[in-house]
Design a protein around this ligand. Structure first.
Ligand code: CP
Ligand code: NVA
Length: 314
């Protein structure tokens, strides 16, 4: 299947809730297999099957990025393909060309598009007008690629996520929303501890009935949890910086909070971390932290997502 354009409807990867459990599990297992198969290889050497040979990935960034940008670029190369990257402001998008027209044009030139967008709806509109797969590289509403890497990381260290309890400490934000969607598909329990004003959206909670508990008590959430997760208190584009720092101050993940979790509990953070705000150096750099594996696994997870988009995974 290498080379020419993918046939049929494009396989978009926009939100985890849109995919069934078997598809998401197949992507996760492909990520693990690809990672294991290239131990000791140079980062630039393509995988033997090179499922993206002859294909180009366009990446559009309307917000800053380090991990998503470099991991997708490395990912498409390791799959045998090529990339082109632009920021929204470099493009005519920044001067008012519509999302729909941009999607129509890029679909004639590349084989897939990854977008980090300010507005989630713009990714939906882009996909609706694209003739090639569209991948959500983070919006104000969700960050599905991140959670695939997170679950891969947890399973590499602690085994299957099914039946485990994850505790999200902090903002009910975009990353939290994708965790909620994942809980329903991967059969783990999620406790979200946040101030009342920053609870997850009901629309997201509706995707995981019976799987998610929301509380304002971060100690109760952490108690006995198998995994503690944090994210910045102020996401890109949030207007209420000062109010957030006040509201979230009690929700810092420190070693005392980690000590309430299960004895073999681990810590995850999508990064970038705001050291001394949502999490202490002691936790980030401590023995229970998996954050560097987690960052690396963005590469492996995204390769599997791309491989699925290109039809290389059933
Ligand atoms: N975690 C994550 O998406 O990082 P970047 O913002 O650096 O891409
Ligand atoms: N919630 C954060 C995640 C950054 C990767 C943000 O949207 O800024």
């Amino acid at each position: 299947m290498n080379g020419g354009p993918a046939s049929g409807s494009p396989r978009h990867f926009i939100d985890l809730w849109r995919h069934d459990a078997a598809t998401l599990r197949a992507i996760l297992e492909d990520a693990k297999t690809r990672k294991a198969a290239r131990q000791g290889w140079g980062q630039g050497r393509p995988d033997l099957d090179a499922p993206a040979a002859g294909r180009t990935l366009a990446m559009i960034f309307q917000k800053n990025s380090t991990r998503t940008r470099f991991s997708f670029d490395a990912a498409i190369r390791q799959l045998g393909g090529a990339s082109v990257i632009a920021t929204g402001s470099d493009m005519q998008l920044g001067r008012g060309e519509t999302i729909a027209d941009t999607a129509r044009v890029l679909s004639r030139m590349v084989d897939a598009v990854m977008i980090r967008a300010v507005e989630h709806d713009d990714v939906e509109v882009f996909a609706a007008h694209a003739g090639v797969p569209v991948i959500n590289g983070l919006t104000n509403r969700s960050h599905p690629c991140q959670i695939m890497a997170d679950l891969m990381t947890y399973e590499a260290h602690r085994g299957p996520v099914a039946g485990r309890t994850f505790a999200w400490i902090g903002d009910g934000n975009n990353v939290c929303a994708s965790y909620i969607h994942a809980a329903a598909r991967f059969d783990f329990n999620l406790v979200v501890a946040c101030p009342d004003a920053y609870r997850p959206r009901p629309e997201d909670l509706a995707h995981a009935p019976g799987r998610v508990e929301v509380t304002s008590d971060h100690r109760a959430a952490a108690r006995g949890a198998d995994c503690i997760i944090a994210d910045g208190w102020v996401s890109m584009g949030d207007p209420d910086h000062e109010a957030r720092l006040v509201a979230f101050a009690p929700y810092q993940v420190d070693e005392a909070l980690m000590d309430l979790a299960a004895p073999d509990a681990v810590f995850l953070h999508c990064l970038p971390a705001h050291r001394g705000e949502e999490v202490t150096d002691g936790v980030l750099d401590g023995p229970r932290s998996l954050i560097w594996d987690e960052a690396e696994n963005r590469l492996h997870a995204q390769k599997a997502i791309l491989a699925w988009c290109f039809g290389a995974i059933a």
